[in-house]
Each structure stands twice: as C-alpha cells, then as structure tokens.
Design a protein around this ligand. Structure first.
Ligand code: SF4
Length: 359
C-alpha cells in the first residue's frame, strides 16, 4: 500500500519574490479542466486507505470550498493526518470550519516573517497582523496540530529581526515550525533582479540562534528545517524522509510508487489537454539507496541500517566505511540506527557529497 498522497494545487494570487515552485496566477481559462483532470488522475488509483494526505502548492487555500470538496472526496474519509497549506490572506473562518468538517487536522501556514517591510520585499500579500489573526483563528478552530513557515536570511534582515520573529513564534504558542534560509533561485524574482545572498557567517549565526532558542523552549529539532513540540512531527514529511512511497497528483507534482520516482508535467496547458504525462525516473538500486541515505540523514531519526541493508542489498557500514570514519565525530549510533549530531547536521551537504563519491 502507498501510505501517503500529495496533491499539488498550482495556483497563487501573486508571485512571491523568492519562489520558483510550480505556480501560476489563478487562471479561470484552465481552472475547470485542471480540476477535472486532477479528479480523474486521482480516481484512477481507487485509493481505499491512506495514512497521510497533503494539499500543497501553490496556494491550496485559494480553492473555493466547493472545489476543495470535490478534490477531497476522491480520497477515503478517514485519514490519519490531512494537511492543507494555507496563506493568511486566503483563509477565513468559513473555510476553516469547512476544512474541519472535511477531516483536515493539520494546517501549514505560510507566514515567512512577522515584519511588514520584509513581507513587502517578498511580495507577500498579507501583513503580520493578518497572520497573527489567522493563527488565533486556527487555534480556536479545533485544529491543534499546525505549523507555520518562516524564512531567514532575507535581504535587509538583521539578527534583531530574526530574534523578534522567533520571539513572536514562541509567544503565539505554535506547535511546529518549518524555517528555511533564503535560497536565491535563478527563476525567482530575487534571482532575476540580482538580489545577493546575505553574509554566510551572519546566516550561520542566525541559524544557531534559532536552533538554540527553540531547543531551550522545548522544541525538538527533528529535521534540518523542522522544529516541533513533542508529538507534533509532520507525519507526511516523515514519509518522504523515511523512504516511503507516496502518490503525487496534479500539475507539477512528484510521486514515488514501488520505489520508482516520477514527475508530472509542469505545464498547466499540457496537463489539462493530455493529462499528467508522468515521467518516470530511471534509477539503479544503488542510486535509490543513496536517495534514502540523503533523506534519512536530514532527520534526528537517521537511517535504519538493518532495513537499508535488506532493501538495497548492500552492507551500509562496510560500503561507506571511509565516510563513516572520516566524519566519525558527527555520527551517532543507536541499536540499528545511524544519525548525525547537531554539528553533523550543520555540515550535512559536505558529508553527503562524500557519500555520493562512493560507487
Ligand atoms: S511561495 Fe507559495 S504563495 Fe508564494 S508564489 Fe510560491 S507557491 Fe505561491
């Protein structure tokens, strides 16, 4: 059984300056054939059981309740974790009440910053006050499991700004945070207008501050960019990091079935006319094993060596002995698992490059 499903809702009201995801300004011309194609794509799989469902985007909260219902009804009624990504300006009480009645039990809210001038630089369409109001609305809706996204390393952002964002986050008593350092992507507005990344030492200091402050406040740093109170892990994201299969539905979605990854078309027009046009990625067993290592080492749960050896017909400790030895002070072992300590997570990319050098 494939335990998880991701549905990509590619529409946005406006385009954020840092974003290069597959997203399109909401487009009446294509909307109804997009929806019909999506429903047909999902229904072909006749899914009877699902552990986690994630509506991401784009901006899923842009969907009218009626459209949301017709997509949601393609899935089983009972789902352990059902997350919807929302933006503050497109979420209101009626929509939230509808989500609750439809089994949504987790919200991921794009806040990015609590500082209005930084929100403007990012071309976000909400203010800090709007985000706080929506957070309180979520808290009184009965959805206790929710997360916000923040970004650090934005143009003009100071250490003081980051401290205030973390302070506000803690005061609002939110159970989960995903926090990313700004990456200047070539195809984003920032990339095209020549915005420069902030100083790398400042960025490292910001991340150190974030990590230490949140851990001191009782949050678990369970994945490089993810912090939560005990019990509030994102089960859906854990499926990606723990080498599970997942359906990817919609224009711009990716999925993995029987260990084989696929990418749907990113062209809305093509999706509407020809369907998902999934391209399957051909990978050897060794390459898939490498993917599993790269994902697992991002988390504090690490990699289950025994399971990996069995699944990828290899001997992890022997095969990667030189890397494990070179970085021995960063690796921790606990029964069958290997994982990185905090210092190791900070240099994860460097360590992974060495893993990838091993044939
Ligand atoms: S960050 Fe989210 S809301 Fe902004 S353009 Fe990208 S997908 Fe849309």
């Amino acid at each position: 059984m494939v335990p998880s499903a991701y549905v990509h809702i590619p529409f946005c009201d406006s385009i954020c300056a840092y974003c290069d995801f597959v997203r399109i300004q909401k487009n009446e011309q294509f909307f109804s054939s997009w929806k019909d194609t999506l429903i047909q794509e999902i229904k072909e799989y006749k899914i009877e059981n699902l552990h986690t469902l994630y509506f991401g985007g784009g901006t899923p909260s842009l969907l009218d309740v009626e459209d949301f219902i017709s997509i949601r009804n393609c899935f089983p009624d009972s789902i352990d974790e059902f997350t919807v990504e929302c933006n503050p300006e497109s979420l209101d009480k009626d929509k939230l009440d509808a989500y609750v009645s439809l089994g949504v039990n987790r919200i991921s809210l794009g806040v990015q910053s609590f500082k209005d001038d930084l929100l403007k630089i990012c071309n976000r369409k909400h203010t800090s006050d709007q985000a706080k109001t929506v957070i309180q609305m979520i808290q009184s809706s009965g959805i206790h499991n929710f997360s916000i996204d923040l970004i650090f390393g934005l143009p003009n952002q100071t250490m003081e700004d980051v401290k205030k964002d973390i302070d506000t986050f803690l005061n609002l008593d939110i159970p989960h945070l995903s926090i990313y350092s700004l990456q200047i992507e070539e195809n984003s507005i920032f990339g095209k207008t020549g915005v420069e990344p902030i100083d790398s030492d400042l960025e490292a200091d910001m991340f150190e501050y974030i990590t230490k402050t949140l851990e001191a406040a009782g949050y678990i740093h369970y994945e490089i960019s993810s912090f939560c109170k005990p019990g509030y892990y994102s089960k859906h994201n854990l499926a990606y990091w723990q080498d599970k299969d997942f359906y990817g539905f919609g224009c711009g979605a990716s999925g993995r079935i029987d260990g084989i990854r696929y990418d749907n078309t990113t062209s809305l027009k093509e999706y509407c006319v020809k369907g998902p046009q999934a391209i399957y990625i051909s990978e050897t067993l060794a390459e898939r094993g490498m993917d599993a290592i790269m994902m697992a080492l991002r988390t504090k749960f690490g990699l289950n060596i025994k399971e990996w050896n069995l699944k990828y017909q290899n001997d992890f400790k022997n095969h990667y002995a030189t890397v494990l030895d070179k970085y021995h002070e960063y690796f921790l072992y606990d029964s069958d698992r290997v994982f990185l300590n905090d210092a190791g997570l900070e240099i994860l990319n460097t360590i992974l490059v060495d893993f990838m050098m091993i044939e």
